[in-house]
Design a protein around this ligand. Structure first.
Ligand code: FEO
Ligand code: CA
Ligand code: CA
Ligand code: CA
Length: 549
């Protein structure tokens, strides 16, 4: 085995405990891929290598309040809730989720890390002193609401690797908070429409779950369970939330945008890929029980010479919802789709009057057109070697699906802009695989799938979920004899989930967020987690880098 080009994927060789997981040749890259994700090229990932499954002794499920890694690996924190991120004194937000790292041109060890801040949940008390478990949902002061909205959204962090450690630069001009108080510009067919109150401005982003990077070095971040924030914060414009936002982290003065062409729903993620004709394709999940998988295809083609001007690709195109029964993508396009134009409500009124209406109420549009209800579509990632599309369906307790599954879509024409597909269940949660509730996904450059789980706090270490312990991180080969087998790489602190998997450009390290440690807390003086500082400290969500020791 020659794995020396990637230390992170290197055989440890340090202890007898290191275990050979994959036999020689088991992970040979396919050479027949027709549709290769350009993400791999853009980010400078190493070329695929045969046999490059990371060797580690898989860990066992655990209920311990610790971020547990296999022997030979360690982690270091980069930013925790409340850390200062710029000279103006802005601070890192709460409950970290999606990460992506965009290096400065020509560098690999210095760049900008984006991190999403999703929710406050049970742990709101540690942010603004409001005890939602005792005081109920709606008695916050204006100050507490402001603190609530400030803690959500996302952070731009300048980070650099010094002496082998990724460190936050707290005095960088790039350090920036985008949060529930930030002004946005709306783009696309619904901007300025009556459905959005005839405005092309909106204030605030929150419930930012997963996201993606564009081919022009900007970030997409996805507004997921926005109703959890709109209500407690008494916000007036419900339809201004539930969109995909775009942020240019390299321009600290830029106004972030919300792209209405990508539809409004509980956006989990945005997986971008270029079709052979240069059209931008964005795969998206609506993470709710019985909601749909979507993809957006841009009208125009990507032009590298336009740089950030390619953002306009996200303003015009067609949004589709997936019909898994027929294997087709259904256009949610008011002009061409008669079902949408003719659909009537029970009182006989037209359901939709324009494309803006369709985009603002995507779930209704998908439903009347026969899109297939799914088991909470969470993250979506494109396989870097064969272009197949992996979707984590976390679970669906409406249908007795408690462990979830990972679906793999094969676009029939081998073109991501194609409109017919086939699919399979790549792996199901449960006893056979050893995991439950798959959520965020990431591929390494050898095509191994890295997956984190999200068993909800109320179910963790109970009943049928007991044997899975705390939420974890698993590595799943996609080819060879061990394809579809899950090997546990990490276990999260108590009450937490691991989120936001993102490899460094050289794949030597992995960035991961630790979200809601202590979410199972009832008594705020005695939290169920003291991660990461231990002792008598309070739990602090944040982002870490995982290293080989
Ligand atoms: Fe924010 Fe669907 O997890
Ligand atoms: Ca998620
Ligand atoms: Ca989740
Ligand atoms: Ca989550």
């Amino acid at each position: 085995m020659n794995l020396s080009r990637s230390q992170f994927l290197r055989y440890l060789g340090k202890g007898a405990a290191a275990l050979a997981l994959v036999k020689s040749g088991a992970l040979a890259a396919t050479s027949s891929s027709k549709t290769k994700s350009n993400r791999q090229n853009k980010e400078g990932f190493l070329p695929s290598k045969q046999n490059s499954f990371p060797k580690f002794q898989p860990i066992a499920a655990s209920e311990r309040d610790a971020l547990i890694l296999p022997e030979g690996y360690r982690y270091g924190t980069i930013a925790l809730f409340g850390d200062r991120i710029n000279p103006q004194g802005d601070t890192f937000g709460f409950n970290s989720d999606f990460n992506c790292f965009l290096p400065f041109a020509g560098k690999k060890d210095t760049g900008l890390l984006w991190n999403n801040h999703e929710t406050l949940g049970t742990l709101e008390y540690y942010v603004n002193g409001y005890d939602s478990q005792k005081q109920g949902p709606n008695l916050r002061t204006d100050k507490q609401i402001e603190q609530y909205l400030y803690a959500l959204g996302g952070s731009v962090l300048r980070i650099a690797k010094q002496n082998g450690e990724w460190k936050l630069s707290p005095d960088s001009k790039y350090g920036r908070r985008i949060n529930g108080l930030t002004e946005f510009r709306l783009t696309g067919p619904a901007a300025g429409s009556p459905a959005l109150g005839n405005t092309n401005k909106a204030v605030g982003t929150f419930a930012n779950c997963a996201g993606g990077t564009t081919f022009w070095n900007t970030i997409l971040s996805c507004e997921e369970n926005v109703e959890w924030v709109i209500e407690p914060c008494k916000l007036p414009h419900e339809t201004h939330y539930g969109w995909v936002i775009e942020v240019d982290p390299f321009d600290p003065k830029s106004t972030p945008v919300k792209h209405t062409a990508l539809g409004r729903f509980a956006h989990e993620n945005a997986a971008l890929v270029l079709s052979p004709s240069g059209k931008l394709v964005v795969y998206m999940g609506d993470d709710a029980r019985d909601e749909f998988v979507y993809k957006f295809i841009s009208k125009n083609s990507y032009d590298p010479s336009l740089g950030a001007g390619n953002s306009s690709l996200l303003e015009e195109g067609t949004l589709y919802a997936a019909d898994f029964e027929k294997g087709v993508w259904i256009p949610l396009d008011f002009e061409s789709n008669e079902i949408l134009r003719n659909s009537k409500k029970e009182n006989g009124e037209r359901r939709f009057g324009s494309q803006a209406d369709v985009l603002v109420r995507c779930r209704e549009a998908g439903k009347v057109c026969g899109a297939t209800p799914m088991d909470r579509p969470e993250d979506i990632e494109i396989h870097p070697l064969d272009g197949t599309v992996f979707i984590a369906m976390t679970n669906n307790d409406k249908h007795g699906n408690h462990f979830g599954q990972i679906v793999r879509i094969h676009e029939k024409s081998g073109d991501h802009a194609g409109l017919e597909f086939d699919y399979e269940i790549f792996v199901a949660g449960g006893n056979g695989s050893g995991f439950a509730a798959p959520d965020n996904l990431a591929f390494d450059n050898a095509g191994n799938l890295w997956m984190v789980t999200d068993i909800s706090a109320k179910n963790l270490n109970r009943s049928v979920y007991k044997k899975y312990g705390n939420n974890g991180l698993f590595v799943i080969p996609t080819q060879g004899a061990d394809a579809g087998k899950a090997f546990q790489f990490a276990s999260s602190p108590t009450g937490a989930e691991l989120t936001g998997l993102w490899f460094t450009p050289d794949q030597k390290e992995l960035f991961v967020s630790v979200q809601h440690p202590g979410e199972t807390t009832k008594d705020y003086q005695n939290p169920t987690s003291r991660w990461p500082q231990g002792g008598n400290s309070l739990p602090r969500p944040g982002v870490v880098a995982i290293y080989l020791k």
